[in-house]
Each structure stands twice: as C-alpha cells, then as structure tokens.
Design a protein around this ligand. Structure first.
Ligand code: C5P
Length: 193
C-alpha cells in the first residue's frame, strides 16, 4: 500500500499559511487544498442568492454543491466573502459536509497539503506533519479570527502535536525554509526507524 502523505497547516487569517502551503506542495510534489475556499464558496452562494448567512439549510445545500475542482479564487478572495465565510463556518452541519470532501481530497495519492483552521485537529488528525502558523496581531490585523477561535465546533487552535511557526518577523522564504527543516527532520527520523 502506498503511503499517502499529509501536511496540515492551520492558523489565523493573514499569517501566511496560503503561500507557505503552496510552496510546500510544489516542493514535496503534493496536491494542495486551501480549505478556506470551501467555506468561502458556501458564503458566496448565499450572498449571490441574497439569502441571510444564518440560513442553515440553504448553507448546508450550498456546501453539498461545493465542487473542489471548481473553486474560483478570483471570485472568492474578496475580503467580504471571507468575513461571510466565517459566519457560515460556525454551523456544524456545514462543517460536516465540507470536512467530508476535504478528507476525500486528502486521501488521493500521493497526498496533500491542506491549509485551514481545523486541519490538524479535525480534518486530518493523523497528518504526518502539522504546522500551526501564527503572526503578531499587528501583522495580521484580522477581526475574523476571534469568531474562528471562539466558535463551539472546531475552533481554531493548535493540535497538541503541532509544530508552531511564528512568521511575524519572517519573510516567506524564511518561513518556507523553517517549515522544510521541520518536515525533513520528521522524514529523516522516520527513515531511520
Ligand atoms: O482562510 P480563509 O480566510 O479563506 O477562511 C475563511 C473563513 O473560513 C475563516 O475565517 C474560517 O471561519 C473558515 N474556515 C474554517 N475552517 C477551515 C478553513 C476556513 O472554519 N478549515
């Protein structure tokens, strides 16, 4: 059986997770999923239909219709869509549907880098590597994080076995090198075992 390799990256908005995830996926030749886009797609569907963001059944329907192959970053990257995403992301039924799709994605060989808020804690608790990326509040300046950290279902927090990476003082290249050092160390220990 071929081992499917998983790198989980979590952290608040604006800490540099997305760029780091892309660099790592390129370097280790893994698939890449920005799970934030899945929550954004649900929010965007409700906004487009003019439905309130607390319409749970409409949000759940929109979640079922999310196609991971068709997530359009240019449409979904708007700041307002991100804000709306954090409102639909509090609903357990929405999360259940999206998490199922994310797990399916992670299972495909040769494996994947997934970034989000609950990858190491909920989506892929058995990930080979878990990184929790933080940056100082001044660097991030995102109010949405409080909603993500305070919600009852799958709040943003580091998994017990996550490696913490503070990118406040780091350029992306330094963060990439630091993450690679952590990953290569885990791989080397595993090869020795
Ligand atoms: O990362 P991004 O800014 O695209 O995420 C938008 C929102 O989606 C987050 O603020 C969060 O509420 C939600 N989200 C989540 N779980 C994830 C990824 C994103 O709850 N794994």
């Amino acid at each position: 059986m071929t081992h499917v390799f998983t790198i989980a990256i979590d952290g608040p908005a604006g800490a540099g997770k997305g760029t780091l995830a892309r660099r790592l996926a390129d370097h280790y030749r893994l698939n890449l999923l920005d799970t934030g886009l899945t929550y954004r797609a649900v929010a965007h569907a409700l906004l487009r239909l003019g439905l309130p963001l607390d319409n749970v059944s409409a949000a759940e329907t929109a979640a079922r219709q999310v196609d991971l192959a068709k997530l359009d970053r240019s449409v979904l990257s708007a700041h307002a869509v991100g804000e709306a995403a954090s409102k639909v992301a509090v609903f357990p039924s929405v999360r259940r549907v999206l998490v199922e799709k994310q797990r399916e994605f992670a299972k495909a060989p040769p494996g994947a880098v997934l970034d989000g808020r609950d990858i190491g804690t909920v989506v892929c608790p058995d990930a080979d590597i878990k990184l929790y990326v933080t940056a100082s509040a001044e660097v991030r300046a995102e109010r949405r994080d409080e909603r993500d950290m305070g919600r009852a279902d799958s709040p943003l927090k580091p998994a017990a076995d996550a490696h913490l990476l503070d990118t406040s003082e780091m350029a992306i290249e330094a963060a990439f090198l630091a993450a690679r050092a952590i990953i290569d160390d885990v791989l080397a220990k595993r090869n020795k075992a």
